[in-house]
Write a protein that binds this ligand. Structure first.
Ligand SMILES: [Zn+2]
Length: 312
């Protein structure tokens, strides 16, 4: 990744291994940093659309499995050009410089991965397509416009390289309908089918009942939901009914690491709804991460509480 140690100036290509090799690194020992020892031959790959998605939807499992010594790979498909510029400047506003946003978001992504103990970060460098319906959806370079086969082949090369046992991405609705999240799902499914390397493939999800409960808790405290409207998890369909969740991983111990990773994406999360939630509701929302198991060769019984069930 080309990061430099803040103390020695030496180059860091594999954050985890480098830290383990005992060369001093002030960044590694930051207070919320997940530290780990490599005690496992298992590999987890999380395929995400934009810088910050890795922390928001899989920050808990990345930190938890990194701590267990699992090799953790984050693949970020787009550069996140359509995110806010520093100071909350929106893409359509004057002063939004896409190149500067990309640079900033790369820095933030690296910092968040450091906090989570992610061992390898791969950026595919596609152009952010913006939210569904935005004119940027139709840009020829947009990720949304990339043929699935092309993106899948690039991801397949990474699967060949890292041989992930478990791969995690979004569901076919991209969790909440964002075109880049949908495309991340499509290339991940295609690359999994192409390589047949991952032994298990999961989609991130949330049980709708828990989501509803969280919004009720916020409403009781008079905290406005994003958009200020009554929350309806079925429109668009977010998450799944609880009985469809196959896998729930307890990440309560890593809630602080997840929060710190989200905070590392300051240009996107300064006014984050989640980061402004009361502490107890944040913990309620993020103490576990839920998944649906979509491919499996292990035959591990479900429900599971470990993405690597059947593999250790
Ligand atoms: Zn995203």
């Amino acid at each position: 990744m080309g990061l430099k140690c803040r103390q020695t100036g030496s180059k860091c290509d594999e954050l985890g291994w480098w830290a383990l090799s005992q060369r001093s690194c002030a960044a590694f020992w930051s207070p919320n940093r997940v530290t780990f020892a490599r005690m496992s031959d298992l590999t987890l790959m999380a395929v995400h659309a934009h810088p910050d998605d890795e922390s928001a939807s899989t920050g808990g499992i990345l930190a938890k499995y990194a701590r267990q010594g699992v090799r953790t790979i984050v693949v970020t498909c787009t550069n996140g050009e359509m995110g806010d510029a520093t100071g909350g400047i929106k893409p359509a506003d004057p002063g939004h410089n896409a190149a500067a946003v990309v640079e900033k978001r790369r820095e933030e992504l690296r910092a968040a991965c450091e906090v989570l103990g992610v061992t390898h970060l791969e950026m595919l460098g596609y152009q952010d397509s913006g939210m569904m319906g935005w004119p940027q959806n139709d840009a020829p370079e947009a990720f949304w416009h990339t043929p699935v086969d092309e993106g899948a082949k690039r991801l397949a090369v990474l699967m060949e390289q890292y041989q992930p046992d478990v791969v995690v991405t979004y569901d076919e609705y991209g969790f909440y309908g964002h075109p880049d999240h949908i495309q991340a799902n499509r290339i991940t499914v295609a690359a999994t089918d192409m390589t047949k390397i991952p032994k298990k493939l999961y989609y991130t999800t949330v049980p709708r009942e828990a989501l509803q409960q969280m919004f009720t808790m916020l409403k009781d405290l008079n905290i406005q939901e994003p958009g200020g409207e009554e929350f309806d998890p079925t429109d668009p369909p977010i998450g799944v009914p609880a009985e469809q969740v196959t896998t729930t991983v307890d990440v309560a111990e890593f809630v602080d690491a997840k929060r710190a990773a989200l905070q590392a994406h300051a240009s996107q999360t300064e006014s984050s709804f989640f980061l402004q939630m009361p502490e107890d509701i944040f913990r309620f929302a993020f103490a576990s991460e839920s998944f649906t198991r979509e491919r499996d060769v292990t035959g591990a019984p479900i429900p599971e509480n470990d993405l690597f069930a059947g593999l250790r």
